[in-house]
Design a binder for this molecule. Structure first.
Ligand SMILES: *Cc1c(COP(=O)(O)O)cnc(C)c1O
Length: 429
């Protein structure tokens, strides 16, 4: 395989390509092929950017038609037909049926652009500077987003201090007995606690990169009530677990809460094209024209595929039901595997079709390598990359899903066995 130019010329910062050493050439649905024609089943889904799979046919049709018609590709934030259709479809399919009234801000096209815009807006609205965030949170790699991200290694990469200004324990962080939100409220109410009332709290309902940590509906409801009581804005970062990953379009629907601000990206365009949105309550829309800006806020081909994705996948609740059904299949299989290896594997957790199994870091690392050798792409998450994270396209068919789970089981078995052999070899020395 010719991979020399990557090692010779591409920066050492490259990451995922080290876990998946191949040169990819084609992809469709939940499968990719490298240039040798080797097939891989995708349990990674572009880190959540490919909920509807690779090159979904109905979206591709809309995109090709748009491109061949010489329609607008780049437009800053000019009005275009493609943007009008997306806004109308978003109202019709997502906002109105859920009784949600949000204004829509188009920030730059990546997830961290949406988070930065949300933080900036929260500060402008409240006149406060602090943003409370949670242990194990991940919100992106630019300075503002890093400052609300838990992972020390990622924050140190900034090269300037980006210490989380107000770090709070996430749901269950200190175990089920500790009421972390009661502690938060006590800090807020004591003017000598040293904890100033923040502009906003930013939260993921399921911490994806942080290790598939699930906030309970009850905890999210309490967080919503607490933030309302103290006039703190609630920002939900739904970049990875929105767009149907947990079943419903937004991940917070199950808890019945309404955030003040919502960040969306990753699977929003439905096609892997860069696109982000900030949804904000109308009364928060205090931006002056052009106050927040960006050249690529008008990625019209992404508007076209995003509109098509809403029309195709969200016209009824069939995708939601499919996510619940397939999520149950994945969970059952992970639990079976975990029971087989009680010393190396632990809790299975997640919601919808973001599911993980806690492993020893060695087994998790070895299992991803064994899986790739067997034709399955799967990544890890968590503080020590110790959680195997099953994140397949939501549209994966049952046969491929089962095939992928069978490969995963074999890869984990092999990873555990290799560890056992190494342990007995070192015991014999
Ligand atoms: C991926 C991700 C981001 C950052 O998105 P980028 O497009 O990589 O900037 C932010 N928050 C969450 C929860 C994410 O999963």
């Amino acid at each position: 395989m010719n991979m020399q130019v990557f090692a010779r010329r591409e920066s050492e910062v490259r990451g995922y390509c080290r876990s998946f050493p191949a040169v990819f050439a084609r992809s469709k649905g939940a499968e990719l092929w490298d240039e040798q024609g080797r097939r891989y089943i995708d349990f990674f889904a572009g880190a959540g950017a490919l909920n509807y799979g690779h090159n979904p046919e109905p979206l591709k049709g809309a995109l090709l038609e748009y491109l061949t018609g010489d329609n607008i590709t780049h437009a800053l934030d000019l009005h275009t037909q493609a943007k009008r259709e997306l806004l109308e479809e978003l109202e019709r399919t997502v906002l109105t049926p859920r009784g949600l009234d949000y204004k829509v801000q188009f920030p730059g096209p990546t997830g961290t652009n949406a988070v930065e815009a949300a933080l900036k807006l929260a500060r402008k609205v409240t006149g406060r500077t602090g943003i409370a965030s949670f242990t194990n949170a991940f919100h992106g790699m630019t300075l503002g987003s890093l400052a609300v991200t838990g992972n020390q290694g990622k924050r140190q990469g900034a090269g300037v201090p980006v210490d989380p200004s107000n770090l709070l324990p996430f749901c269950g962080y200190f175990g089920p007995e500790v009421d972390s939100l009661a502690q938060f409220e006590a800090l807020l109410e004591d003017t000598s606690s040293g904890f100033d009332v923040p502009a906003a709290v930013v939260v993921e309902t399921v911490q994806a990169e942080g290790g598939i940590n699930v906030a309970s509906a009850d905890w999210l409801q309490k967080l919503r009530a607490l933030t309302t009581r103290h006039d703190i804005l609630l920002i939900v970062d739904d970049i990875q677990v929105g767009c149907g990953r947990t079943g419903t379009f937004f991940s917070f629907e199950e808890a019945g809460i309404v955030p003040d601000i919502v960040c969306l990206s990753k699977s929003l365009s439905g096609y892997g094209l860069p696109l982000s949105l900030v949804l904000l309550k109308p009364e928060l829309d205090v931006w002056a024209p052009g106050e927040h800006n960006g050249t690529f806020r008008g990625h019209n081909p992404a508007f076209v595929t995003a509109t098509a994705a809403l029309r195709v996948y969200w016209k009824d609740d069939s995708l939601t039901r499919e996510v619940q059904r397939k999520g149950a299949i994945i969970r059952e299989e992970l639990e079976t595997i975990a029971k087989r290896h009680p010393d190396e594997l632990g809790e299975v957790r997640g919601r919808g079709m973001i599911l993980g199994v806690e492993c020893t870091p060695e087994v998790a690392a070895r299992a991803t390598r064994e899986a790739f050798r067997r034709g399955l792409m799967i990544e890890t998450a968590g503080t020590n990359d110790q959680v195997l994270k099953v994140l397949c396209p939501l549209v994966i068919d049952d046969a491929l899903l089962r095939e992928g789970l069978t490969i995963l089981a074999a890869a984990i078995d092999a990873a555990v066995q290799a560890g056992g052999e190494r342990d007995s070899a070192s015991a014999a020395e």
